[in-house]
Ligand binder design. Structure first.
Ligand code: NAD
Ligand code: IPM
Ligand code: MN
Length: 344
């Protein structure tokens, strides 16, 4: 079966890493890729972030692949908000799935850690929290300015991401689910997370449900990442800790993600952004993007193709045929080619 994929390379290094992911997907085969030009250039040229009917266009594909969005010429990042966050909200992609897997001990910034110590997944709630844009600025630009950014947490939203985390743990035979919040300070919103986590956890007596405050979780991610199998948290905290997760894998260039609504059109992208200082220099690490393409195939039910890509990436990493951020000497194109060559 041929899958129809929308491809939004976007801005900066997003375009370069997408080129490499597309080469891999093309080699895997049975994939029809349709590039969409949305991004900063398109916005600056046309004034359009996403065309009207754009979300319906996206829904008509089997999946969406995104490079990265963000450009210093668009200081308020309006186009990224509409394209990236807009798609998460409009397509109701409530699961932000961010695996953190160290592929080679040499890449880990922590001393004496091996791939056995860094192997967990983060489920970040992806449709609520402070990201929804509810709020406003009163007396903006004056010395009396009031800025409000509401934190939206609903039973539906918290329940479905917490359930997803437990169901994933059970399906994969993982022992532990850790929920991280700030219920000691955010006494209203995170009381809801506490209640839901206890209720859902009680339905999974086979899985050890633990809780950490987010500040302690950040500390333990660095001090003892081996204690984690599955972490579930809100939108903002999940954003922050998955950059730590990127670092644990060797750097942001290694980290993959999926924005998923199970059974519906979902969107896949590396965790990193457009990295303006690296853009156009053939320096960006394409592995996060390529592993995101693998996640996409896995989610589409093509586990064999996904595993093929992962094995090729692991081979290139073991051989040190990688970009400079992870200790190699290659540029983006050559690092992509080293993976392509190993695709069997
Ligand atoms: P960033 O992730 O773009 O980059 C931070 C730093 O991480 C880079 O300067 C670089 O040192 C390193 N890095 C990131 N990706 C790398 C790669 N593939 N290879 C090697 N090194 C890599 O974060 P930022 O600088 O905070 O944000 C830049 C722009 O990207 C902003 O506009 C931001 O809003 C946007 N952004 C977009 C996404 C997305 O589209 N999903 C994600 C994060 C940030
Ligand atoms: C991410 C990014 C986005 C986020 C930005 C670009 C809005 O950092 O996907 O991790 O915060 O979700
Ligand atoms: Mn982020």
């Amino acid at each position: 079966m041929t899958h129809h994929i929308a491809v939004i390379p976007g801005d900066g290094i997003g375009r370069e890493v997408t080129t490499e992911a597309v080469r891999i997907l093309t080699a895997v085969g049975d994939i029809d890729l349709e590039p969409l030009p949305w991004g900063a250039d398109h916005f600056l040229a046309t004034g359009e972030t996403i065309p009207s009917g754009g979300y319906d266009t996206l829904r008509s594909f089997d999946a969406i692949f995104v490079g990265a969005l963000g450009d210093p010429r668009v200081p308020d990042n309006r186009h990224a908000r509409d394209i990236l966050l807009g798609t998460r909200f409009e397509l109701d992609l409530y699961v932000n799935y961010r695996p953190v897997r160290l592929l080679d001990a040499r890449l880990c910034p922590l001393k004496d850690r091996t791939p056995r110590d860094v192997n967990f997944v983060v489920f970040r709630e992806n449709t609520e929290g402070v990201y929804v844009g509810v709020g406003g600025r009163f007396k903006a630009g004056t010395s009396e300015e009031v800025a409000i950014q509401e934190d939206i947490n609903t039973f539906k939203g918290v329940n479905r991401i917490v359930r997803h985390a437990f169901a994933f743990a059970r399906a994969r035979g993982l022992a532990r689910v850790c929920m991280a919040d700030k219920s000691n300070a955010m006494t209203h919103a995170h009381a809801l997370w506490q209640r839901v986590f206890q209720e859902v956890g009680a339905e999974y007596p086979d899985i050890q449900a633990t809780h950490l405050y987010i500040d302690a979780l950040a500390m333990f991610l660095v001090q003892d990442p081996a204690q984690f199998d599955v972490i579930v948290t809100n939108n903002l905290f999940g954003d922050i800790i998955t950059d730590i997760g990127g670092a644990l894998q060797g750097g942001l260039g290694m980290a993959a993600s999926g924005n998923i609504h199970p059974g519906r059109t979902s969107m896949f992208e590396p965790v990193h952004g457009s990295a303006p200082p690296l853009a156009g220099k053939d320096a960006a690490n394409p592995i996060g993007a390529i592993l995101s393409a693998a996640l996409m195939l896995e989610t589409l039910g093509r586990s064999d193709d996904s595993a093929r890509i992962e094995r090729a990436v692991e081979g290139a990493v073991r051989a040190g045929e990688v970009t400079r951020d992870v200790g190699g000497t290659l540029g983006t194109r050559a690092a992509g080619a080293a993976i392509l060559r190993r695709l069997r």
